[in-house]
Write a protein that binds this ligand. Structure first.
Ligand code: GLV
Length: 317
């Protein structure tokens, strides 16, 4: 029987696979994150850690795992794993798993919500209605841009990017995509600058890596049309948040739909006050069914490593 520490309260039933396998599951019963010291203690005293994207699993935590002599796997309940030093884990012989595949459609739904909501100024309009600012229908008020028929540039064309593309075709959008390597799929371009300049909507679906940090910076924002909309459901640091706020305030970009931030839970103060921004609190995968599926997949990854097999969701540095 292995000891598995779970760093946060998970959706009901999320830990069932671990419990059914008969492991000792030490689950936090609230939503307060572990401190760095608590993460180190957990690593020292367990065979597996099930953690969230808000837990920073760095070399110190992994060293504590090595010192404890037990830790074999860190199972992230997220598809993105930029919170984990995967290279340091590999060097220490500790496996890392993530949750690919089970959240694609839910996250693509959210990206489409932001495409539609930002384009049609839904946030600003709803705020006006709730605060009593709206004083009746005006022919010149809340004029957005059309989604149907527009050109959508998708940056990063993995499972989620492709799920967004499927939705876009239902709206009659022209879809192009950019990845570093040719996907062989019609619409691919290696020219990100060109994609930014030509698109009415740019939607980001890349993982956060050294190469994608500030991929959308002031220069690329300046290439975008003043009528364009930027959507980010990937990771906050893929966009230079201060530059985005400036572009919105100065009317150089029409609107933005943002779900992820550079320093969560902080949001750049100028982005908070920016016009035509639909801002959501990192909820891309947040449906009941998907969050349970993510928890189960994380458990399955941990179980496979504990059983001495290679899980399909093993992350490689
Ligand atoms: C959510 O952001 C995830 O990476 O799963």
């Amino acid at each position: 029987m292995a000891r598995v520490v779970v760093t946060r309260r998970l959706p009901d039933g999320g830990l069932d696979p671990l419990v059914a396998a008969g492991h000792e599951v030490v689950a936090r019963d609230d939503d307060t994150p572990f401190t760095h010291d608590e993460l180190c203690a957990a690593a020292r005293e367990s065979d597996a850690i099930v953690c969230l994207l808000t837990d920073r699993i760095d070399a110190d935590v992994l060293d504590a795992g090595v010192a404890g002599g037990r830790l074999r796997v860190v199972a992230n309940v997220a598809v993105g794993y930029d919170n984990i030093d995967v290279r340091a884990a590999a060097e220490r012989g500790i496996a890392v798993t993530n949750t690919p595949g089970v959240l694609d459609e839910t996250t693509a739904d959210l990206a489409f919500l932001l495409i539609l909501g930002a384009a049609r100024l839904a946030s600003d309009a709803e705020r006006d209605l709730r605060t009593g600012v709206w004083d009746g229908w005006e022919i010149t008020e809340y004029l957005g841009v059309d989604v149907h028929g527009a050109t959508l540039g998708i940056v990063g064309f993995g499972r989620i990017g492709q799920a967004v593309a499927r939705r876009a075709s239902g709206f009659g959008m022209q879809v192009r995509h950019h990845t570093r390597r040719d996907t062989g799929i019609p619409g691919w371009t290696d020219d990100l600058d060109g994609l930014c300049a030509a698109s009415d909507f740019v939607s980001l679906h890349t993982p956060l890596t050294d190469e994608t940090r500030h991929l959308i910076d002031a220069r690329r924002l300046a290439l975008m049309k003043p009528t364009a909309v930027l959507v980010n459901t990937a990771r906050g640091p893929v966009v230079d948040e201060a530059a985005l706020a400036d572009a919105l305030h100065e009317g150089r970009l029409f609107a933005a739909g943002i779900d992820v931030y550079e320093r969560e839970p902080e949001v750049h103060p100028r982005l908070l006050t920016a016009p035509r921004a639909m801002l959501l609190p990192h909820l891309g995968s947040a449906s009941v069914a998907t969050r349970v599926r993510m928890a189960h997949l994380a458990c399955e990854g941990a179980l496979a490593v504990l059983a001495g097999t290679t899980p399909p969701n093993l992350v490689h540095p």
